[in-house]
Ligand binder design. Structure first.
Ligand SMILES: NC(=O)c1ccc[n+]([C@@H]2O[C@H](COP(=O)([O-])OP(=O)(O)OC[C@H]3O[C@@H](n4cnc5c(N)ncnc54)[C@H](OP(=O)(O)O)[C@@H]3O)[C@@H](O)[C@H]2O)c1
Length: 223
């Protein structure tokens, strides 16, 4: 069972069918009944849950083999919700995965989290929350994979990406360049991470690129 927090989100909506196609059982955590119905129509399970208001996510992840954090407060939210969702909800899922016995955890993070302090005021609260959540996951002892995409767009899937474990390399080499990636391709990367246990222990950045997703992920250095 794969449990996705933020399962009604735009990346997750691409991801759920991919995981089902792989024969996985999927449970999406969502906070509205219409979102639950949409998941069930796809062939997934749904659990109603508010990641900010609910204190304990344990009941939803007890039977999970992998949890995926794909929730987020969104760009129109203020700094406070970056703390309660991008950080707080991610921490609750870490806690639940730990109590469940050490469930594998795949984090949808963000480029820039290697050096959130250097960012301008508008992006810093969001990226700092992601960086803190990533640090907590890395320190948790859980088998983790941290995926840090560039700026998300809604272009169609290309199936091709560029990945690197040299965090911040592109920012250093191309200052001011805004590297993007379609949400659909991020979903394909998350699916590939679920498929490959070789990604456990890795934190990597991903952007639109030239390599087929499976080749790019297979080519990441093993930890
Ligand atoms: N935008 C970028 O350029 C960028 C770049 C790198 C990484 N990212 C990361 O990628 C993530 C996913 O992107 P996306 O486009 O799929 O985001 P999205 O469409 O905004 O999805 C986020 C989901 O989180 C859910 N959520 C928020 N608060 C919740 C709560 N209290 N309880 C339950 N669910 C809650 C939302 O639920 P509702 O639908 O109910 O509101 C939404 O479905 C982002 O959140 C961000 O962390 C973004």
């Amino acid at each position: 069972m794969i449990v996705i927090a933020g399962a009604a989100g735009q990346v997750a909506r691409h991801l759920v069918p991919l995981l089902l196609e792989d024969g996985e059982r999927v449970r999406g955590l969502v906070r509205r009944r219409d979102q639950a119905a949409a998941l069930e129509a796809m062939g997934a399970e749904a659990a109603l849950c508010d990641l900010e208001l609910d204190e304990d996510l344990g009941e939803h992840v007890r039977d999970a083999t992998t949890v995926i954090f794909a929730a987020g407060a969104g760009q129109h939210s203020g700094p406070e919700r970056k703390r309660t969702v991008d950080l707080g909800a991610a921490l609750k899922l870490i806690d639940a995965a730990t109590k469940a016995g050490g469930t594998r955890y795949v984090m949808l993070s963000s480029v820039g989290a290697h050096d959130a302090g250097s960012l301008g005021e508008s992006r810093r609260p969001y990226v700092a929350a992601k960086a803190e959540a990533d640090a907590a996951l890395t320190a948790s002892g859980l088998p983790f994979t941290i995926v840090r995409p560039g700026f998300l767009n809604d272009d169609g899937p290309t199936g091709r990406v560029e990945v690197t474990t040299e965090l911040g390399r592109f920012v250093a080499v191309e200052p001011g360049v805004r590297r993007e990636i379609p949400r659909a391709d991020v979903a394909a990367v998350l699916r590939e991470c679920v498929r490959r246990s070789s990604t456990i222990g890795l934190t990597f950045e991903v952007f639109a690129g030239e390599l087929p997703v499976a080749d790019a992920i297979a080519g990441l250095p093993e930890r």
